[in-house]
Design a protein around this ligand. Structure first.
Ligand SMILES: Nc1ncnc2c1ncn2[C@@H]1O[C@H](COP(=O)(O)OP(=O)(O)OP(=O)(O)O)[C@@H](O)[C@H]1O
Ligand SMILES: [Mg+2]
Length: 355
């Protein structure tokens, strides 16, 4: 069942077109993550779904009802922001129950529901504290509690974890995943964090300049990006792009990259100048004698389980990123050979579309 239906949504602020025709269906219970560069319109899109911002044109449906002009309070959605915006003078319990109190619900019912939410989020011992007596992660849990208690049709999260330190982000990410599994709620989540997007999403929506570039399951976007934008955006470190020439061979196609010629078993069409995309983890280091390309190592970053090497190739002239096992012996200044796996390459036309 469709829980959210966006139809031809456009939004302009004066002469600036911020959202330029967005169509999207989100199923009931689905976890959808919005990603895209800063300023591409993710927050504006969420705010329009919430009703905090009018649409310039298009329609928004929630659970089968057209809510395009419905007031925010009547849309049955709850939004959690990056800044928790808790009431500082109220206790945790009062913060969580505030919406129900405004709605005039009986005291005993509010107390019971607040306790239920506190148990779900494991913050019962904190109910009598004020927000200033909480850590960042605990505050964010209270903000989520305030959203859950209203049993909304859709949860909207706008970078809810970006104020937290790295360890806490991982912990809260797991808690949000558990919460989603337990509540079976429909969630739309904006993040800049690749790992959050890949791990939390049923589907990722990649935005660029107010439009959707691609929608798909995380591994679909990783394995079959529809264009160079998505290819470069999903995956960290980012995909490498090499100028190449595509030639039809007797069986399958050949790719000419600088001095090297590779055969590929991929089903491709056409010939001529293309761009070959290859992820850092699909380039391997080898002896110079059996290399496809020769490179000089410029920088090495050791992350523990993985090592990233930034290398300079002279033919063709470009810089590539390699991701190799953590203990690999590689040092700045080394001359190394590279092998490229043609079957792991993504071939794009000059306009950026996948071939
Ligand atoms: N009230 C406003 N008036 C004018 N322009 C606005 C307004 N709100 C947002 N914009 C512009 O709309 C564009 C999209 O902004 P939005 O906040 O939706 O981006 P975003 O994708 O959430 O970016 P970020 O990742 O940095 O949060 C930006 O260029 C922004 O400057
Ligand atoms: Mg934003």
């Amino acid at each position: 069942m469709t829980q959210l239906a966006l139809r031809s949504i456009r939004k302009s602020f004066g002469a600036v077109d911020v959202i330029r025709g967005v169509d999207l269906d989100v199923a009931k219970g689905e976890f959808v993550v919005f990603v895209g560069p800063s300023g591409c319109g993710k927050s504006t899109m969420l705010r329009m779904i919430a009703g905090l911002e009018d649409v310039t044109s298009g329609t928004i449906g929630i659970a089968g009802r057209d809510v395009t002009t419905t007031a925010p309070a009547k849309r049955e959605i709850a939004m959690v922001f990056q800044s928790y915006a808790l009431f500082p003078h109220m206790t945790v319990g009062e913060n969580i129950g505030f919406g129900l109190k405004l709605a005039g619900r009986p005291k005993e019912e509010i107390a019971r529901l607040v306790m239920g939410v506190a148990q779900t989020l494991q913050i019962e011992p904190l109910l009598d504290r004020t927000p200033r007596e909480l850590s960042g992660g605990q505050r964010q849990r209270v903000a989520i509690g305030r959203a859950i208690i209203r049993q909304p049709k859709i949860f909207l999260f706008d970078e809810p974890l970006s104020n937290l330190d790295a360890a806490l982000r991982v912990q809260m990410r797991l808690e949000i995943a558990r919460l989603h599994a337990r509540l079976g709620a429909t969630m739309i989540y904006v993040t800049h964090d690749q790992t959050e997007a890949m791990t939390l999403a049923d589907r990722i929506v990649v935005f660029n300049k107010g439009r959707i570039e691609q929608v798909g399951a995380p591994m679909e976007l990783y394995e079959r990006p529809a264009n160079m934008f998505v290819a470069g955006f999903i995956g960290a470190p980012a995909m490498n792009f090499l100028p190449a020439e595509l030639r039809a061979g007797v069986q399958g196609h050949r790719l000419i990259i600088g001095p090297t010629e590779l055969e590929t078993s991929q089903t491709l069409t056409g010939e001529g100048a293309v761009i070959a995309g290859i992820r850092p983890e699909h380039i391997t280091m080898t002896q110079i004698s059996d290399a496809h390309l020769v490179a000089r190592v410029e920088l090495v970053e050791r992350l523990g389980s993985q090592t990233y090497a930034y290398v300079e190739v002279s033919k063709p002239n470009l810089t590539l990123t390699l991701a190799v096992p953590g203990a690999t012996k590689v040092h700045p200044g080394d001359h190394i050979g590279l092998r490229l796996s043609a079957d792991n390459m993504h071939i794009f036309a000059s306009d950026g579309a996948r071939i």
